[in-house]
Design a protein around this ligand. Structure first.
Ligand code: PEP
Length: 243
């Protein structure tokens, strides 16, 4: 199975979503059993978003680590489960850097999502400084170990390797780096879960000109796409790497 997941971040209006949906439908992406599409949508549009096709996953971009209660402005895992969301991004680098989200919070969020059967999509990645210092694997191992501590290992989770320096910058990790790093993550996940089934995505400036090479990399099970997922034509071009 390959996964093409768009992260719309804090973008789109209701009108733009209607137009996006219209354009994507026009392409009539063939329904393939081995490709899963999904979009992480801003909360306010989740319920109103007409599904682009019935086989597209709809997810959120963040969740509270708390149960329902006096947490003004937050959205709980029980609410995401209640409206039937397929997945929720956890630990995106923008949450970690702009909102000081810690590995401990990421861990709590994953546990809450599992409790309400919303699949976590865990993002991990090193900063440019850490990359230059050669500490990528050490950083990723710490993020993985802390995020997955004490979680339910019988439930599905997706992990996205997103080098922070590649997100929204137009810089992409080389295919060799992606392959080697995804292989490292796979080996660590195997130790934790006891199997090889956890999908590993790559994210960081994926676009129509690099998606072929990234998506046909044996170690990578798909892509998490930010900027390019806002443009229906680019999204479909990326998806078509798989058809
Ligand atoms: C992301 O936000 O997860 C992402 C990968 O963004 P972009 O594709 O714009 O680099």
């Amino acid at each position: 199975m390959k996964y093409i997941i768009g992260n719309w971040k804090m973008n789109m209006s209701a009108g733009e979503i209607v137009e996006f949906t219209r354009r994507v439908k026009k392409y009539k992406i063939p329904r393939k059993r081995n490709v899963q599409f999904g979009f992480a949508v801003p909360y306010v549009y989740i319920l109103g978003m007409a599904k682009i096709q019935d086989y597209v996953w709809i997810g959120a971009q963040n969740v509270s680590e708390h149960d329902n209660g006096a947490f003004t402005g937050e959205v709980s895992a029980s609410m995401l489960g209640d409206v039937g969301l397929d997945f929720c991004i956890v630990g995106h680098s923008e949450r970690r850097t702009l909102f000081n989200e810690t590995d401990e919070q990421v861990n709590e969020k994953i546990k809450k999502l599992q409790q309400y059967d919303v699949m976590p999509l865990l993002c991990i990645g090193e900063t440019e400084e850490q990359y230059e210092a050669g500490s990528t694997k050490e950083v990723l191992l710490k993020q993985i170990t802390k995020a997955l501590d004490g979680i339910d290992k019988t439930k599905d989770i997706i992990v996205a390797y997103e080098p922070v320096w590649a997100i929204g910058t137009g810089k992409t990790a080389s295919i060799e780096t992606i392959r080697e790093t995804a292989g490292f993550i796979r080996a660590e996940l195997r130790k934790i879960f006891g199997h090889n089934d956890t999908p590993i995505l790559y994210g960081g400036s994926v676009n129509p000109s690099n998606s072929d090479a990234i998506l046909h990399n044996a170690e990578v099970d798909g892509a998490l796409i930010g900027g390019a997922s806002l443009d229906a034509d680019k999204f479909v071009q990326i998806a078509s790497s798989l058809f």
